[in-house]
Write a protein that binds this ligand. Structure first.
Ligand code: RB5
Length: 148
């Protein structure tokens, strides 16, 4: 599986740790920046990762900023992207089972490293449940079309 990752300055350290974790587990990683803790702007990186998922250059995306909020707001502007801000493993599991989330957003300033990596692991390993949830995800796609 190929995963596009991105962060701003506030998420940089955790993004680097996630990259190492993913590579160790054998995932392909496309790192779309940032490349340091120098102050920058989270929408620029959310855009790059969202486009990588939208254009199927990556199957999933992971975005990290200070809270994860700015990344999730921005990524969800892109059609076909379902970005989920997750604070624990339960949210990560449900975002996959019920929402078929394809982008995970994390807060580098609100999560410890071990918890963040555990969230990433659960999120990557949990499949979409389908069934009644497919109809609901389809409704999201319909709503996106209405808003072109
Ligand atoms: C940067 O200071 C901070 O605003 C950003 O990382 C993020 O938390 C925005 O949602």
């Amino acid at each position: 599986m190929t995963i596009a990752i991105g962060s701003d300055h506030a998420g940089y350290t955790l993004k680097e740790r996630i990259k190492e974790f993913l590579l160790d587990k054998g995932y392909e990683v496309i790192d779309l920046g940032a490349s340091s803790e120098e102050s920058t702007h989270y929408p620029l990186f959310a855009r790059e990762v969202a486009l990588a998922v939208q254009e199927a250059r990556a199957e999933r995306g992971i975005l990290v900023c200070g809270t994860g909020i700015g990344m999730s707001i921005t990524a969800n502007k892109f059609r076909g992207v379902r970005a989920a801000l997750c604070l624990n493993e339960y949210m990560a599991r449900m975002s996959r089972l019920h929402n078929d989330a394809n982008v995970l957003c994390l807060g580098g300033r609100v999560l410890g490293e071990d918890l963040a990596l555990s969230i990433v692991e659960v999120w990557l390993e949990t499949p979409f449940e389908g069934g009644r949830h497919s109809r609901r995800v389809d409704l999201i796609l319909e709503i996106e079309k209405e808003n072109l």
